[in-house]
Ligand binder design. Structure first.
Ligand SMILES: C[S@@+](CC[C@H](N)C(=O)[O-])C[C@H]1O[C@@H](n2cnc3c(N)ncnc32)[C@H](O)[C@@H]1O
Length: 303
């Protein structure tokens, strides 16, 4: 093992469960600016610490990509909460040809080992978890992105009820771009910014929304500076890194109000049980429930 390779970290492994290397390069697609494992040359990583994602296809994909990029003999530590894929890690790594040790700690399973000289089954895992055209939907998607292989009912409802839109707009948390795609065929949209924290979603959206009026931004909306818009559309998230977080949608609402100029409008779909009225009302000049059906609500809010 050379000293020159890159030390890789994936996600935010809890520091009370594993030693988190300093000066490591981040590879999570959910951290804007991070490097991409799939673009990392074979044998270029000298160490890996990974908090593995919960979805099976996504997890096998990122582990296979990481093993491909690790140099022979390089150490890895891969962990996951035991009820979110942790109990499967050992077998998954063994199936890739690795000899591993497993330790339980702080509700996680921690699997350690070194990259063997030859790997098995990684091409299948990379094919199964990579970006692909979903035939039923006719769109590009990838395991791990929001609702990756089916149309989310909230998204479908907002598309169905989207009124004609005009001017400059944005799709906040655009995912693979379905709302923005629908918005571009209504009214008189001059340009639309598709923005999401997930690099894979943005890459799929670039395939799905081929229109000179579309722009794309891989960013965390909680800190992005966006202004002077005429409209915002959103199916706001209420999960951050897998855990329910109502404050995320609340921050999206506040960001939408800041991003809109005077006379702007926001259309938002939300799960019925989530209490967003109290945030919409002070953030906007006026906000109203447009439709409530099938467990979802659509709000219209004006600045
Ligand atoms: C409910 S999904 C909606 C996706 C897409 N608009 C649709 O309707 O199918 C919410 C999206 O917000 C994104 N997201 C979550 N947190 C974010 C953040 N802090 N900044 C930007 N996007 C975020 C997620 O990656 C996800 O794609």
């Amino acid at each position: 093992m050379s000293d020159a390779g890159t030390i890789a970290i994936y996600g935010a492994p809890p520091s009370d469960a594993v030693d988190v290397p300093k000066d490591a390069t981040q590879f999570s697609p959910l951290m804007p600016g991070a490097s991409a494992l799939e673009q990392q040359a074979e044998g270029s990583l000298s160490e890996l610490v990974m908090l593995a994602p919960p979805g099976t296809l996504e997890r096998r994909y990122v582990i296979a990509q990481a093993l491909r990029a690790l140099e022979t003999g390089a150490p890895f530590t891969i962990l996951a909460p035991k009820d979110r894929g942790g109990t499967r890690l050992r077998k998954e790594l063994q199936a890739f040809g690795c000899t591993v040790q497993e330790t339980p700690r702080r509700h996680h399973r921690i699997v350690t080992g070194t990259r063997p000289e030859s790997l098995t089954n990684i091409d299948d895992a990379i094919a199964d978890g990579g970006p692909r055209l979903i035939d039923d939907l006719g769109v590009w998607s990838q395991p791990g992105v929001f609702s990756w292989d089916r149309l989310d009912p909230g998204t479908a409802m907002l598309i169905e009820h989207l009124p004609p839109l005009r001017g400059r707009g944005a799709d906040f948390g655009c995912g693979i771009g379905l709302l923005a795609h629908a918005a571009l065929s209504t009214g008189d949209v001059t340009d639309i910014l598709l923005t999401d924290i997930d690099r894979r979603a943005i890459a799929c959206a670039e395939h799905n929304v081929v229109d000179p009026r579309a722009r794309f931004l891989w960013a965390d909306l909680r800190s992005a500076e966006i202004s002077d818009l005429d409209f915002v559309i959103m199916n706001a998230p209420f999960h951050d890194a897998g855990a329910e977080d109502k404050s995320l949608a609340q921050q999206f609402i506040k960001r939408a109000a800041l991003a809109l100029g005077k006379g702007g409008v926001c259309y938002m779909v939300a799960n019925r049980h989530l209490p967003y009225e109290a945030i919409l009302t002070p953030a906007f000049k006026r906000a109203a429930l447009m439709i409530e059906t099938g467990g979802y609500k659509i709000y219209e809010a004006h600045t």
